[in-house]
Design a protein around this ligand. Structure first.
Ligand SMILES: [Zn+2]
Length: 645
């Protein structure tokens, strides 16, 4: 066994996995938000797309959508303050050490500590992606300035290291990888740094960042080129995450075809082949580093038209969402899929649903939606956004969660600001910088309103501004107001979610005689004039989400929201620092008695306060609130229910 440089818990798991004969080292993943709409910025300002299969419907560039007040903006602002608190010199410290350049900054801790094998993943990777996205979402020039400094200094480190290599750890890690000696995840980390630089080019126009990413790709080509196919496949046993995706994206922005060929070297055959044949062989796999491989497949399909890669993506998505996801939209337990499909009731622990997995599944969802704008894709997106992404960032300080525990009686834990910097800190930093990226999609003649989030959309090509005013989910619906320079024909497609109980729509105060079924889009096709107003009413109700393999293990939902019973607050010491709460420290949660004919009857809404509920007829009084509102308290999501005939 190789000596390990730091005995973090993560290294320990890696060691245990190696000892168990698995080449998978549990870990993290993520990547930039690469949208076809922005992926081809040419020097003369003219975009030249390289997609063979362009998205049928596309998001708007982030800078055209602005969040209004509400839970998403609160999360975004917490993230922005956190990103602004990170000084470039601290981020650059280990890169400078590795490049032999002087540095006297205080080292970061956690996964960025100078002896952590993953160092650089956040400081030179996620940080740049997050700053780029946040700049696109807010126009924050101070943050962009900091990120530009990091880009420039990383380029200096790359020059000093020679050959295009850029990392905060020595190049010898890649010898260990080649020799199949134990090493954490060098390509995983390289992916983050390439993606971060590429995002700084795409969203902030930083040309130097693109040069850095291309030089890194040149180094990757040089490393992988001499390896035989079989040797490379063995190397892919060490988690590498989104390498294929960032190389595809590099082709998309440059049009240089050889990046696609390098991307193909990261196709892991034993993972992709069963998916192409629609076989679920996901049991035993590390979740967070495999979802990005499917995002790479999705991107490869878009760029080449290779239908097999679309099949892989669609089958994988359906399988994970329908067979391997909890009521929150999250997936994974102890970072892996441990069971056959549909077996989840025994998979409740302190280590369920790693946050990175939610981030990556949402990202994959956008690709599928771009190909075929089906409402059920956005139903899933909303479920995951409102139950797993909101509520896993601490609004007070922007710290983030790792696992979202779904075993009942535990609490949420958050990483310390400068001594965690986990994979999930990285994907979270990106996530909350791009919360506006999916609210609206469009094609030439249509607007899709996918999510009910207070926001405004600027659509200069149409001479339109669309304002969505809502306090959703406090408010059960939304109001859309059009500002139009001229009367404009447009199909406005409003998502009618799966959970709606009834519903109606009014245009300028008049109710339309028709509505749409749940999980579909309601299309309003007309010539829109300045000041036109759409009022969409979406009544929520209580409903049950049972485990696929045990209908007596249930969660309660209200509209899109997973409800959690709220128990005692935990101490600050219990809140900060660890990946998960201590398994032995579990509050005993009562079993529930419910009528078989009225399974939500034991939950009653508060007479006065919205989104507050009370348990009735149970062994103890309990209050239930949306899981995303629980930050410091013990909670319970899943219940063992005894049915009364
Ligand atoms: Zn993670």
């Amino acid at each position: 066994m190789m000596p390990i440089p730091s005995l973090s818990r993560r290294n320990f798991i890696a060691l245990a996995a190696a000892a168990a004969g698995s080449s998978l080292i549990p870990n993290a993943a993520a990547a930039p938000m690469q949208d076809p709409v922005v992926d081809a910025i040419e020097k003369n300002g003219k975009a030249v797309p390289h997609e063979t299969v362009p998205w049928k419907v596309r998001p708007f560039p982030l800078k055209q959508v602005r969040l209004g007040d509400g839970p998403c903006k609160v999360a975004m602002e917490a993230d922005r303050r956190y990103l602004l608190s990170l000084p470039p010199d601290r981020l650059l410290h280990t890169f400078r050490i590795n490049a032999g350049l002087p540095t006297s900054a205080q080292p970061l801790g956690g996964w960025e500590a100078p002896d952590c094998e993953l160092r650089g993943h956040y400081a030179g990777g996620h940080y740049l992606s997050a700053a780029a996205l946040m700049y696109a979402s807010t126009g924050d020039e101070d943050l962009k300035k900091n990120a530009d400094v990091v880009v420039a200094e990383l380029a200096r480190c790359q020059d000093a290291l020679k050959g295009g290599y850029l990392s905060a750890f020595p190049i010898e890690f890649f010898d260990r990888l080649r020799n199949r000696e134990r090493v954490w995840a060098p390509f995983y980390t390289i992916h983050k740094i390439m993606a971060g630089n590429l995002d700084m080019y795409v969203y902030c126009g930083n040309q130097q960042a693109l040069d850095t990413a291309e030089k890194m790709a040149g180094w990757v080509a040089g490393y992988t080129g001499p390896l035989s196919y079989d040797h490379m496949q063995r190397i892919l046993g060490t988690e590498f995450g989104g390498m294929g995706e960032v190389l595809c994206n590099l082709y998309a922005v440059t049009g240089k075809k050889h990046y696609l060929e390098i991307a193909k070297r990261f196709d892991k055959q034993v993972f992709l082949d069963p998916l192409a044949e629609h076989r679920d062989e996901l049991k035993g796999l590390h979740v967070n580093t495999h979802i990005p491989q499917v995002i790479a497949a999705a991107r490869y399909y878009e760029l080449t038209g290779d239908r097999r890669h679309r099949d892989i993506s669609e089958y994988f998505w359906e399988e994970v969402v329908s067979e391997r996801s909890y009521c929150t939209g999250g997936t994974s337990n102890h970072e892996s899929w441990n069971t056959d499909p549909g077996k989840l009731s025994t998979e409740l622990s302190t280590d369920t649903t790693e946050c990175c997995c939610a981030y990556n599944m949402m990202k994959l969802t956008r690709h599928l939606f771009g190909w075929s704008p089906d409402a059920h894709l956005m139903d899933y997106y909303e479920r995951t956004l409102f139950n797993h992404r909101l509520g896993t960032i601490n609004p007070e300080d922007g710290t983030m969660m790792y696992y979202l525990p779904l075993a009942s009686g535990y609490w949420k834990t958050f990483g310390k600001p400068y001594d965690a910097l986990w994979c999930c800190t990285g994907t979270g930093s990106e996530e909350y910088g791009k919360l506006a990226d999916t609210i609206y999609f469009h094609d030439d003649d249509s607007l899709y309103v996918n999510l009910f989030i207070d926001s405004s959309l600027d659509w200069p090509e149409k001479g339109l501004t669309v304002k969505q005013g809502t306090r959703f989910p406090q408010e059960q619906g939304t109001t859309i107001t059009i500002a139009a320079k001229n009367p404009t024909p447009l199909r406005i497609n409003l998502r009618v979610p799966y959970w709606v109980e009834g519903g109606k729509v009014k245009i300028n105060g008049s109710e339309l005689p028709a509505f749409a079924s749940p999980s579909s889009y309601l299309t309003l096709n007309r010539v829109w004039k300045n000041g036109d107003k759409i009022e969409l009413s979406l009544p929520m109700g209580l409903h049950i989400d049972s485990m696929p393999d045990n209908e007596n293990v249930q969660a309660v939902m209200y509209g899109p929201l997973v409800l959690a019973a709220q128990f005692d607050a935990v101490s600050k010491e219990m809140t900060y620092g660890d990946y998960e709460p201590k398994a032995g420290d579990q509050y005993k949660v009562p079993n529930i008695v419910a009528d078989a004919s009225n399974p939500t009857g034991w939950v009653e809404p508060d007479a006065k306060q919205s989104l507050l509920f009370h348990a009735v007829g149970q062994s103890q009084p309990m209050n239930l609130v949306p899981l995303n509102q629980v930050i410091h308290d013990r909670y319970a999501v899943y219940w063992n229910v005894n049915k009364r005939a």
